[in-house]
Design a protein around this ligand. Structure first.
Ligand SMILES: [Cu+2]
Length: 125
């Protein structure tokens, strides 16, 4: 006995609609950068941390911010954290930094498991 007639145009339309919805809601759940402190290419005076705000809550186990100095060497010995009050915000505490240009690299894993990443730089005066 056949429960569904998959050749039915109505059923096929319904199924393709469900697939389209699943794909678009998955794309929406990717975590994208909204803003950061310091901002990209900003001149920062004695920054104490890098803070990045994202569009979606993050998985703390897989989301990271790292900082490299102009020679590409890691500038921070400690790990970044996802804010315990707001999972859409990530912090990297900074030691006192010498003047120069620094590169931020971030990896954001949304709660749906999708991973986004990006880079920006700022200057320490
Ligand atoms: Cu996603």
């Amino acid at each position: 006995m056949k429960l569904f007639d998959f050749s039915s145009p109505a059923l096929r339309a319904l199924m393709s609609g469900a697939v389209a919805l699943a794909v678009s809601s998955g794309a929406f759940a990717h975590a994208h950068l909204i803003s950061s402190v310091p901002a990209a290419n900003a001149d920062a005076v004695a920054p104490t941390e890098v803070t990045i705000h994202f569009t979606e809550p993050l998985e703390p186990a897989f989301s990271t911010i790292t900082l490299a100095d102009a020679s590409g060497k890691s500038a921070v010995a400690t790990a970044s954290t996802v804010d315990s009050q707001d999972a859409r915000t990530m912090h990297l505490a900074l030691p006192p930094l010498d003047a120069g240009r620094y590169a931020v690299h971030w990896v954001a894993v949304a709660t749906d498991g999708h991973r986004t990443q990006g880079d920006f730089a700022f200057n320490v005066k």
